[in-house]
Design a protein around this ligand. Sequence first.
Ligand SMILES: NC(=O)c1ccc[n+]([C@@H]2O[C@H](COP(=O)([O-])OP(=O)(O)OC[C@H]3O[C@@H](n4cnc5c(N)ncnc54)[C@H](O)[C@@H]3O)[C@@H](O)[C@H]2O)c1
Length: 342
Amino acid sequence: MKLLVTGGAGFIGSAFIQYVLQTQAQVHIVNVDKLTYAANHAWLCELEHEPRHQLERVDVSDAPALERVFARHQPDVVLHLAAESHVDRSIEGPAAFVQTNLVGTHVLLETVRHYWMQLPLARKAAFRLHHVSTDEVYGDLMDAGTPEPVREGAAYAPSSPYSASKAGADHLVLAWHRTYGLPVVLSHACNNYGPRQYPEKLIPVMIQQALQGLKLPVYGAGTQVRDWLHVDDHACALWAILQRGQIGRSYHVSAGHRLENIALVRQLCALLDELHPQGRPLGLGGRPESYASLIRHTPDRPGHDRYYALDASRLMAELAWVAQHSFEQGLRDTVKWYLANP
Ligand SMILES: NC(=O)c1ccc[n+]([C@@H]2O[C@H](COP(=O)([O-])OP(=O)(O)OC[C@H]3O[C@@H](n4cnc5c(N)ncnc54)[C@H](O)[C@@H]3O)[C@@H](O)[C@H]2O)c1
């Protein structure tokens, strides 16, 4: 099988490709990535001599380049992860988010549609495009009063330029299914954590700041609730959905582990106190203090959603997916990874 992955040099893409290379001996991967700041070059170097992985440095919104990639590699399935993914950046500069997440998804859909239409019947029947999305498209669940985990098909109410661009991309993907019959499947995942995440997202930012003795900035009171999923559990879910998900449907991916941001930061500090005590900040009299003494509350992010939660029972019941990582162990391993990979 030839699997084309967009955004495969990023955090989730690298975990997914690693998972597939380790578990599926018959799969060859074409990794279409623009290599933005978020791409992980160290990980790509590790893959340099992997015969089942080929990198194509291409922007998904560049139609002629993308057409050439499809013509050259003739993929059997496509997993679409490429995106601008950081909410704070989307508030400072939304244009790149509209360009990659909306225009790029449109260009990919049109390229895939033309490619798929000319496939021989058997390959056409087996083909699918899996679009990866986020719980953020549902907006702030606290707006409803009592937040309940969201099921597939709930109304969209995106708050940030990032989530609005992802919501728009989802609508395009579903429209290409309904209007042109393109075989698509979607998934919506909650906050991922694990190794190789670019140090602008909450967990790696906190670890890196703490290790340098810098302040740990927490938005507002830090009471925003997020639903945490180990990236390797996400990779395993993506493979199951790509293989066996029903065309035209979405699947929620969540391990049901919800936590306030401030509790997460405190948990990280406690792990660092234990695993890296020699780096603790010095307090009055030069005595080492907990990393938690570095926590500082900052003005809240504009439009900050207070509560995200996904109900993943469809994925668990229909595709027999179960998260393998406990949050406690997963977070501990993640901290150890960042300590070993400064
Ligand atoms: N990280 C999360 O917690 C999370 C949760 C749910 C859904 N998602 C979604 O999963 C996908 C991957 O997220 P991530 O955290 O791995 O992101 P990331 O920012 O770590 O990686 C994105 C990758 O896409 C590439 N890319 C960006 N623009 C591109 C373009 N125009 N053409 C080709 N490649 C481009 C980058 O170079 C990078 O390698 C995104 O679609 C994101 O919306 C992420």
